[in-house]
Design a protein around this ligand. Structure first.
Ligand code: TMP
Length: 211
């Protein structure tokens, strides 16, 4: 199978990953690559509908297990409908969140069993893992606290700060466990500095058109 390149982007809510993804996409497009930009939960019709259920503040009674399964269901749809075909066509897929979000939020954040999350997700990801994962490393602080208190905050953002801190330290643990794949990017710097570091990794991984 012809293989493209799969990049996932992770971080706590408010880590600035959206801005960095836009810059990343622009950078790779100017280099002539064919980019597919997508997100989790979402990226397909079905996934976007699942996203609404997950993030709607009216879903307050959702159990942690139902939550974990819904994220995995949206992922299964995205892998099958978007990620696999795009990689097969030799494209670069940039995905705003992937399986590490489930380990960080449902595992470290909610306290669900990691092996159970891994098992459920084995069928969802169907053998597909990111080639590289950027973890935008910034501790949840004032920006997130303001967002949590605002009317637009979604169901997950509305969680208490200690939940977001568990998610954050979970990401740090994952980065230590998988240093070959997960690249922590100190995001306590200017947008330009952060982008420059990301570009360094992108140059390395695309060097020589190896994919
Ligand atoms: P977003 O705001 O970055 O689009 O992500 C939606 C929210 O869903 C965010 O708070 C993180 C959360 N999430 C999980 O809890 N588990 C998952 O597996 C994924 C993909 C996202």
């Amino acid at each position: 199978m012809k293989r493209g390149l799969f990049i996932s982007v992770e971080g706590t809510d408010g880590s600035g990953k959206t801005t960095q993804i836009e810059l990343m996409e622009k950078y790779l497009r100017t280099k002539g690559y064919d980019i597919v930009l997508t997100r989790e939960p979402g990226g397909t019709n079905i996934g976007e509908r699942i996203r609404s259920i997950l993030l709607d503040t009216s879903s307050a009674e959702m159990t942690y297990t139902a939550e974990m399964l819904l994220y995995a269901a949206a992922r299964a749809q995205l892998v099958s409908q978007v990620i696999k075909p795009s990689l097969k066509a030799g494209k670069i897929v940039i995905c705003d969140r992937f399986i590490d979000s489930s380990y960080a939020y449902q595992g470290f954040g909610r306290g669900l069993d990691m092996e159970e999350i891994a098992q459920v997700n084995r069928s969802a990801i169907d053998g597909i893992m990111p080639d590289i994962t950027f973890f935008f490393d910034i501790s949840p602080g004032d920006a997130l606290a303001r967002r949590m208190a605002s009317a637009e905050a979604d169901r997950i953002e509305k969680e208490k700060l200690d939940f977001h801190m568990r998610v954050y330290s979970g990401y740090k643990k994952l980065a230590l466990l998988y240093p070959e794949r997960i690249k922590p990017i100190d995001s306590n710097r200017s947008i330009e500095e952060v982008h420059k570091e990301v570009c360094g990794y992108l140059d390395q991984i695309t060097q020589g058109g190896a994919f």
